[in-house]
Design a protein around this ligand. Structure first.
Ligand code: FE2
Length: 423
């Protein structure tokens, strides 16, 4: 073996596990692995997980908060307006520098795969060119998957159709859309139909911003799953945000969930982003605006969580930590049962790996040796503490490491340190 992690706990609960790595792959996962390696890391029962995966992000806009101004109303629409003001001034090197800085943060958090939407309604496609370059630059340490996202509308923007096709020709991976931002419900429907057809013809996956609105009568999820089934795209299509489902009539939501199951739709909820953006015109009670995560998980759908925004016109906070997102989902979705908290951990690891179609992801022999050791004992504690990532390993190489964190105390009669655990 080239590297062995000794005595870890796995997300499924297995304990005292050794993980042996040969080259870039996991070679063994067992108790008391009878082998040695030049480097052996004792993990002392700490959680070893495959890397975090962000199913929904906007890397072209990240780290621009305050340029040219902050979002005063906190709404999705003001965010879009600020992005429109900023976009013409953004240059290639600016996109690249921000994206690379963000990817450093991601690696430090054990976040090694990101699906990022990239705005294709910039006339010069500067962001697309830049993020394609970044995808190449980071590929040895982070999987970046790009979605062609017509921010100003596929039909509503005069360059929406042409530029989306150009972006796909340039090598963008996934077909995106924003039907609720088209001028009418009918044009939103038409955009979903056209975009799914493009995906079917090109053999690509789809990830659509869909019904990111408080409007309970928005019906684009219905069209998305109907087109998915009609075109045989089952399992290849993701619906992102889906916040209208929060406000829908329960009877209709039940019918829609059945259709989503039929289409094997991947669901991506973005709790940190949508708790800020939605319900802004409500008085009290204020809707939370997160889609129906518990019901969607219960229906057997593959539900992932995404960060959406980190310091951009839509969200001023966040710092590349998918455990922050899972923590928010627990609270916003009433997901406080032990199995539900574990499901939220799954929604930032295994589930988004499936949504992105990542090859060789997991903790079985033969999988890529991509691993994160956390200063926590299990997934529930990981979400509670959002702890230090002690080791981040990519293809068998340690690419980030941190010291264990604890606080020194000086209180007579009390222990000299605490680390927020109960042991
Ligand atoms: Fe988004």
């Amino acid at each position: 073996m080239d590297l062995i992690l000794r005595g870890g706990t796995l997300p499924d609960g297995r304990k005292d596990i050794d993980i042996g790595i040969e080259g870039t792959r996991i070679a063994a996962v067992e108790v008391d692995l009878p082998a040695s390696a030049p480097e052996e890391i004792p993990t002392h029962g700490r959680l070893i997980t495959p890397p975090f995966v962000d199913a929904h992000f906007h890397m072209d806009a990240t780290l621009t908060a305050g340029r040219p101004r902050h979002n005063a109303t906190g709404t999705l629409l003001e965010g879009i307006a600020i992005w429109e003001e900023l976009k013409p001034s953004l240059r290639h090197d600016d996109y690249v520098a921000r994206a690379l800085r963000y990817c450093d943060w991601a690696v430090a958090r054990g976040l090694l795969a990101i699906r990022s939407h990239v705005d294709t309604t910039d006339p010069e496609l500067t962001g697309v060119t830049a993020l394609l370059e970044v995808r190449e630059q980071v590929k040895d340490y982070l999987d970046l998957q790009l979605v062609a996202f017509p921010q100003d509308g596929y039909l509503r923007s005069p360059i929406g159709i042409g530029n989306l096709n150009k972006a796909l020709d340039m090598g963008v991976d996934v077909v995106g859309g924003i039907p609720h931002f088209e001028r009418t419900q009918a044009e939103g429907t038409e955009s979903v139909q056209l975009l799914c057809k493009i995906a079917a013809e090109r053999g690509l996956r789809v990830d659509m911003h869909c019904d990111e609105t408080d409007d309970p009568s928005s019906r684009h999820v219905e069209t998305l799953v109907s087109e998915t089934t009609r075109l045989g795209l089952q399992g290849r299509v993701a619906g992102s945000h889906l916040t209208s489902m929060h406000s829908m009539d329960n009877y209709y939501a039940g019918k829609l969930i059945d259709l989503m199951v039929e289409a094997d739709l991947h669901v991506v909820a973005n709790p940190t982003a949508n708790l800020l953006l939605m319900g802004r015109r409500d008085t009290y009670p204020k809707r939370r605006g997160m889609t129906r995560v518990p019901e969607l998980i219960a229906a057997g759908l593959n539900v992932s969580l995404g960060q959406d925004s980190v310091m951009d016109p839509w969200g001023p906070l966040n710092a590349a930590d998918m455990l922050d997102v899972a923590h928010m989902a627990v609270h916003a979705g009433h997901l406080s049962g032990r199995d539900e908290i574990r499901a939220c951990f799954n929604a930032v690891t295994e589930s988004p790996a499936r949504t992105l179609g990542l090859d060789g992801y997991g903790l079985e022999p033969g999988c890529h040796a991509d691993l994160v050791v956390l200063q926590a004992s299990d997934p529930v504690e990981a979400i509670r503490l959002r702890p230090t990532r002690l080791f981040v390993i990519r293809r068998g190489r340690i690419i980030a490491r941190s010291e264990e964190s604890e606080v020194n105390l000086d209180i007579p009669g009390r222990p000299s340190t605490t680390d927020f655990t109960i042991q």
